[in-house]
Design a protein around this ligand. Structure first.
Ligand code: OOG
Ligand code: NI
Length: 453
């Protein structure tokens, strides 16, 4: 087969995320309501703030806004995780970052599968937060072995998906027809199943150990548990959620509202109780799926991230048990120590930026100086904040917990094990800081090279 007939991984990812969103809308009607609310708030925000609209357009962010989603799944075995890595690779998604959730009392560790280069991110930055259950943290051997035995029985991939993944690896991609089939076969892995694979007693025993364990072990596949659209004004969405019939989480996770948004802010509506059929004709319910909204800001350097983590730590005690409004007020007070102007974030090396020539820069004579800040002042270069494409472990823990009825187990704490995770995955996870640093460095290099011409 000639390579020209292959569809790009970006195209496959775009089709897949569209198909996933359609499936989730059909499965969880409240998700449709959420999408409508976010679209409405985004429209109003852009109308109110034409400068923001112009910036987003200039930065290739306006197009992707309407399609941008992240989702989350949880799997039970190393084989499942390793196969998912191959499945996501077909769509140009790589494992980025290691997240230890044991520190938050949740027995999983995770990565995010996502596209990494500028063009792919601009096309569709679809990301899937993927967690591996850590059965080794279950203390009772009998229960652990039971869970392992149940998981060993299932195959979360269709034979068709397995074939097409192997085919894609062998021929270096998929043609249009194969891509179409891949999307529909791969989607099956993420579908919700009302029929549990176990009887109610087994479900309850696993549930009593940790709700999440029951969620991972007792079903045929790792149902997508939420899909998250991106909003330009999360405070507004949070305020409007109750009127739209959504049971919003109490507080917004992450940094406070700022002039220069940093990292990621998130909120969710609580999981639904869904009727479930257990083996032996018993009926019950399972709570798994919810909705989430995110607002993204600039990616921070390690220095910026250390400051963020420190301030978040300081705010933790002060905001304990506060309702959202007071919580946000106190958070903003604490984060007053975090510079809130792009120029300062840049000069102090707190955040990542992408440098581009302005029209004047493109027309400029050769032989310019190489100090980027000076070039910015002369109007030859602009710097745009690089959007944070990843997740935050403390926020993720808050999202997990809001949907686990606050269940946590401190016995899991302090059990980070990145090596075990990577060995299950069958690959190293990419360091997110290195990715942002490379993109920043490449843009600097391009700009300076053009001005040296
Ligand atoms: C994942 C929770 C983490 C986020 O946005 O931080 C997450 C899960 O509940 O499986 O999705
Ligand atoms: Ni999420």
């Amino acid at each position: 087969m000639s390579n020209t007939s292959l569809v790009s991984p970006d195209e496959i990812r775009d089709r897949f995320s569209t198909a996933m969103s359609a499936m989730y809308q059909a499965e969880v009607p409240q998700y449709e309501t959420l999408l409508a609310l976010v679209a409405q708030v985004n429209r109003e925000t852009l109308e109110r703030d034409p400068a923001l609209a112009e910036r987003l357009r200039a930065h290739d962010e306006l197009n992707r806004l309407g399609v941008e989603r992240h989702g989350a799944i949880r799997v039970g075995t190393a084989d499942e995780l390793a196969m998912l890595r191959r499945l996501f690779a077909v769509m140009g998604m790589q494992p980025v970052g290691y997240y230890d959730l044991s520190q938050a009392g949740v027995p999983v560790h995770s990565t995010a599968f996502r596209p990494v280069d500028d063009a792919a991110l601009a096309r569709n930055p679809f990301r899937v937060f993927t967690s591996l259950l850590r059965l080794e943290l279950i203390e009772r051997p009998a229960l652990r072995e039971r869970a392992e035995a149940i998981l060993a029985e299932r195959d979360i991939f269709t034979p068709g998906a397995r074939k097409l993944i192997a085919l894609s690896e062998a021929q270096g991609g998929l043609d249009d027809d194969q891509a179409e089939r891949f999307v529909s076969e791969a989607l099956e892995t993420f579908r919700w199943h009302r029929d549990a694979t176990v009887d109610l007693d087994t479900y309850e025993a696993l549930h009593a150990e940790h709700r999440l364990i029951a969620d991972v072990v007792c079903f045929r596949g790792p149902h997508i548990n939420h899909l998250t659209p991106r909003t330009l004004d999360i405070d507004e969405v949070q305020a409007r959620m109750p009127a739209a019939g959504m049971n919003a989480k109490d507080v917004i996770e992450g940094p406070p509202r700022r002039d220069c948004p940093i990292l990621l802010r998130q909120t969710s509506f609580k999981a639904l109780e869904e009727p479930t059929r257990f083996k032996g004709e018993r009926r019950g319910t399972h709570t798994a799926r919810f909705g989430e909204i995110e607002q993204r800001g600039v990616a921070l350097t390690e220095k910026g991230r250390a400051l963020y983590d420190r301030l978040l730590g300081v705010s933790r005690e002060k905001t304990h048990r506060l309702a959202n409004e007071a919580h946000q007020r106190v958070l903003a007070e604490v984060f007053a120590a975090f510079p809130d102007s792009e120029a300062v974030l840049r000069r102090e090396g707190l955040a990542f930026f992408e440098y581009r020539l302005t029209d004047a820069g493109r027309a400029a004579e050769a032989g310019h100086e190489t100090d980027l800040e000076a070039l910015i002042e002369q109007g030859l270069v602009t710097a745009r904040p690089i959007t944070y494409e990843d997740f935050l472990p403390v926020s993720a823990a808050g999202i997990f917990q809001s949907n686990l009825g606050g269940a946590q187990n401190d016995a899991y704490d302090g059990q980070a094990n990145r090596e075990a995770f990577e060995s299950a995955l069958g690959a190293a996870v990419t360091d997110e800081f290195a990715l942002y640093a490379e993109r920043e460095a490449a843009s600097k290099e391009r700009v300076l090279k053009a001005l040296r011409r």
